[in-house]
Design a protein around this ligand. Sequence first.
Ligand code: FUC
Length: 938
Amino acid sequence: MRFKLLLSTSFLILTAHFGSYAQENNHTLWYTKAAEKWTDALPIGNGRLGAMIFAGTAADHIQFNEETVWTGKPRDYNRKGAYQYLPEIRKLLFEGKQAAAEALAQEHFMGLQSTSGDRKVWVNEIKAGKGLKGNPALANFEDKLWKTIKVPAYEGWETVGLANLDGAVWFRTTFDAPENWAGKDLVLDLNRIRDQDFTYINGQLIGNTDNTEPRKYTVPARLIKKGKNVIAIQVLNYFDKGGLAGYKDTTKKIGIYPVGESIERGISLVKDWKYKIQDENPPAVPQYQGSYQPFGDLNLYFKQTKSLVTNYKRSLDISTAVAKTTYTLNGVNYQREYFASQPNQAVIIHLTADKKASISFDAELSSAHRKSSVKTLANNVIALSIQVKDGAIKGESRLTALIKNGSVKMINGKISINQADEVTLYLAAGTNFINAQDVSGNPSTANIKALNGLKGKTYTEIKQKHIKEYQSYYNTFSVDFGRSDNENLPTDERLAKFATANDPAFAALYMQYGRYLLISSSRPGTQPANLQGIWNDLLTPPWGSKYTTNINLEMNYWPTEILNLSALNEPLFNKIKGLAKNGAETAKAYYNARGWVLHHNTDLWNGTAPINASNHGIWVSGGAWLSEHLWEHYQFSKDLKFLESEAYPLMKQAALFYEDFLVKDPKTGWLISTPSNSPENGGLVAGPTMDHQIIRSLFRNCIAAAETLNVDAEFRKSLTEKVKQLAPNQIGKYGQLQEWLTDVDDTASKHRHVSHLWGVYPGNDITWDSNEKMMQAAKQSLLYRGDDATGWSLAWKINFWARFKDGDHAMKLVKMLMKPANNGAGSYVNLFDAHPPFQIDGNFGGAAGIAEMIVQSHQGYLDILPALPAAIPNGEIKGLQARGGFELDLTWNKGVLTSLTIKSKTGGPCKIRYKNNNVTFETKVGETYNLNGDLKAR
Ligand code: FUC
């Protein structure tokens, strides 16, 4: 039939078919293997609930999160009276005594940690045998009933069966001393133990160490018996990983051997040991802030014969936010679909097969939290309850299954399904969190509501409603960077080849994936996206999976305006309100100042006081930087009501803080920020450049806002005076933009933070139009810093190079961000950004950076294709947003603009620049203006 068609028609059909397939790959991540690692799994989320889909065939694993499961509780973080030390810290800094200033600040100026238990008392109880019968140290102690555990475990006992355990655990084993060891002292080499050990041989204590230093104990010959000897170790662990860790290099063995010899000639102790948990309630380790926690795991164990699986594919369609797994087994084609519904507040999993009665599996809920339990409720529902350690949060999740034909039974807390034609699982989760001050909620409420709301709905209805709601965000923007040879490859292969391939469409997918991740982790009414968005499987995640505010939280929200997701700012703006409240107390306690201040980190509980170490925790510009997002929202939307009722009041309070905080530098007479630091580089100082850029920007924005609203004339005047006095950007002896007040930059420094370039991006304190020389100096600073960096730093550099109008350099960094993360920066298999480890900011900063290459609007006009790289010669973008209330559609071909459509959302003058061509015209609200590549009306 096809051969009979005319050649031209068949060509059309073929291209049409190829086109849709290729297009699908430009909004789909897909793989031919199930996920092995967490960063292989595919993320779904509705802003509140998140899940990672592993998509195995014999067993599927869905690791899930609920955004309010955090450690900690509502409490005061502020050290009252800290402000009394402020003058002395400032004085020491002015005298150049940084170390003394940092020491004083560490003692008197950091936030309050959570209460710690009494470690001494606990250790004494444990040593006295609390909870034990008999003394396990003794050689003749009976340990027959104890369980066994693999020793050693470098990544902690958590990985060999004792998940989330902190406390006291006894380990016992034996060895047979050869006859020729008689009379010889022995070395017991255990290397690393977390955290503390009491080590006995045949009942005699031979060592006790309370740190992670290597353990190599000498055992006197007199303690060794001929034949069987007993080693007993009591391990105390307070936080994070625990146990006999051994060597990181697992080819090195722990063991026992005569002094002067080596383990190779001795007895290896790498084996199963007996163990007993003595106590799992060690005193709490004090924490400055809470950390984000996983909720639980849903495992599906399929009852199927072990035959060959063929046609395996797992995918995530980011245009519908539906993940899918398909495969063939025993001649049956299976399919699973997964999504996190916002309208129905549940994760939905739909299992189908093309042969009746083919679906049989057990569904089981579990959690890494030690305080967790599963019970069966009525009506085919199982519930998992959790309670976080060291905190106030309690959670409950519920799972239920709807089947078509077949049978469902509840067995030992599992849902067991046999021979169904079709199954739909509903997974809901909730906690007692109401707000940062109130944890009096009922964890079941959200679940009851969600499951009731799902009653009587068909799968098709639920899915359609989900897609409609999701697409109300996703479909506001589209990008097409043309075709490439690699678009038919699985995502992991495409990623591996991207650096050397011509695959601009993959960069387009990355932009849209950034949008997908933000929609999935930050819907109106939810918490903002944290360091990992909403996805986390670890009880002690990197940096607590909190909100770091000296770059990371802000970067998460860089794509919102330009990539047409303005509504997703709501969680951030709501967070700013909470931070402003707590931050006002911090401003009083630490600086005796009005307004509000936020230091370099915050958490679910809106902590605003300095944390960790004084050399980087005392940084005062978090509130001002977040205020920039409020002003930017106004710039893009021109929403006067928002400016008046939400943005300006918060911006004004942020500015009031600096009115009181800034001091005159005795040397230069400029107003400077002190004490503070240039984020995480160079320690506590007076007058880091970044602070002055951010504060200058805040003051200018407040002046403009107050003018627009026609309010606060006096305040405006005062800010205008202060802007003039603020320390300016300075060019140093190497032609660089100075990072600090004095010219002390180290041009060899490759530090990941490039804070002093804040004024280039995201700020506009330094632009080509306003100060070309300063822009060159900033560029010089970035050249000194180099390209290599952590994930988020690469993403930041994309934005810098876009603002420097060097598209090819920006693209070089896109390629560095989008390269497989083999223990370094880049992207994981699921395209999550690798700091490493996983940190989501790079995804968002990267997506925003690519947009910044296409259109910029921070200099008072629409700058079209300011940094288009040679690697993206053709493209079509629809729905890009610009300051001034404009929405842009544009196309370019062979690097040249071919059409530009501008929709004016709020009216007013529109200025456009494309290369050397400038045009200006008046626009009317709601009108669309169609231009050609010469900026003439089409
Ligand atoms: C800042 C950065 C680190 C990391 C952490 C979460 O402290 O310096 O690289 O991203 O935040």
